[in-house]
Design a protein around this ligand. Structure first.
Ligand code: HMG
Ligand code: MG
Length: 301
């Protein structure tokens, strides 16, 4: 199959990236990061999560972050929502798109959202119905599609079960997530093809953590299947607090370099994106995990 000519990059750094930081990051710094990302041409920015602050204290400033964003026309700011309480708070904060997040294994579902897979789907259905009735778009993420920290190998049929549930409740897009980065290109293809038997490929997205250094290869495998939407995290920030040892998402700069090299349009400017990554790395007091950002800076120096 020919590769897509355009790819939507969904920047998840402000949420997936910063939810895992042990040192607190101020709402002002999160807002500044979001502004820099949108100035770099990123048009979908996962801004925060309306989850329980007891579970993820790093996202407790969700309403403050949403209130502080200078919204740019054409940019969407999806937020994670696990239940009706989260949806109500997200609506009050002016969210126009929400993300529900299920899992392909019972153990991960329990650890991440304190419910079984099907209890989670029932909660998300209530959320999706209420959101869609208010004109809010709903995206559905599926964690641990390519390996689970508690159960190991994952049956593609389990991923398909959750994907079908999310589809039936009206999610416009279903994101296949490799939470712990154990996936490889062949496995990625198998899972995407299994899901694509039930959901049109245009409505499937990929979310690859780079723990084993396979994320770009997995993205290429997914591109070959026709997937044209990918989540990534500037400077490679992130992880999941309920997946010990999982490192960040693939760095947005590295994904952009791959896509630019393939002549695939994204609308994102590399120089401004690298500067956004440098900004947040400065706040965190750490070096970037983006190989591309490091290489481009080293060349310029
Ligand atoms: P629970 O403890 O079963 O919930 O947690 P509960 O209904 O019993 O409520 C417990 C307390 O939390 C109550 O407060 C609720 O009011 C409050 P209390 O009465 O004790 O003072 N609460 C809330 N507060 C604010 N916002 C809410 C909310 N809900 C309840 N929405 C729950 C269940 C789902 C809430 C919890 O497990 C949770 O918040 N989990 C989220 C975990 C999380 O955010 N994980 C990281 C994001 S997922 C991820 O990173 C993976 C992804 O990137 C894809 C991938 O890579 O795989 C998306
Ligand atoms: Mg993630």
């Amino acid at each position: 199959m020919a590769l897509p000519t355009t790819v939507r990059i969904v920047e998840v750094g402000p949420r997936d990236g910063l939810q895992n930081e042990s040192t607190p990051v101020s709402a002002a710094a999160k807002i500044e990061l979001i502004h820099r990302l949108q100035n770099a041409g990123v048009s979908i920015i996962e801004a925060t999560a309306f989850v329980s602050p007891k579970w993820v204290p790093q996202m407790a400033d969700n309403a403050e972050v949403m209130a502080g964003i200078r919204r740019k026309p054409g940019v969407t700011y999806p937020v994670l929502v696990p239940n009706m309480k989260g949806l109500d708070a997200a609506i009050a904060a002016g969210a126009e798109e929400v993300v529900v997040f299920g899992a392909a294994t019972e153990s991960f579902s329990k650890r991440n959202t304190n419910c079984t897979i099907d209890e989670g789907l029932a909660r998300f259905e209530e959320v999706a119905q209420a959101a869609i009735a208010k004109g809010i778009r709903v995206r559905g993420d599926i964690s641990v599609c390519l390996g689970c920290p508690y159960e190991g190998e994952v049956d593609p049929a389990a991923v398909v079960h959750v994907a079908q549930g999310l589809d039936a409740m009206g999610c416009y897009e279903i994101t296949v997530c490799d939470t712990i980065g154990t996936g490889t290109a062949g496995k990625t293809r198998t899972i995407i093809e299994a899901v694509a038997k039930h959901i049109p490929i245009e409505r499937i997205a990929g979310h690859f953590h780079d723990t084993y250094g396979q994320a770009l290869t997995n993205i290429y495998a997914a591109l070959e299947c026709g997937v044209a939407t990918f989540d990534s995290s500037v400077a490679g920030l992130g992880g999941c607090p309920y997946a010990k040892g999982a490192t960040g998402n693939v760095a947005t700069e590295d994904v952009l370099y791959l896509l630019d090299g393939l002549g695939i349009e994204t609308g994102v400017d590399m120089t401004k994106l690298i500067a956004a990554g440098e900004y947040i790395c400065g706040v965190l007091g750490r070096a970037t995990l983006s190989r591309v950002a490091r290489a481009i800076r080293a060349k310029a120096a």
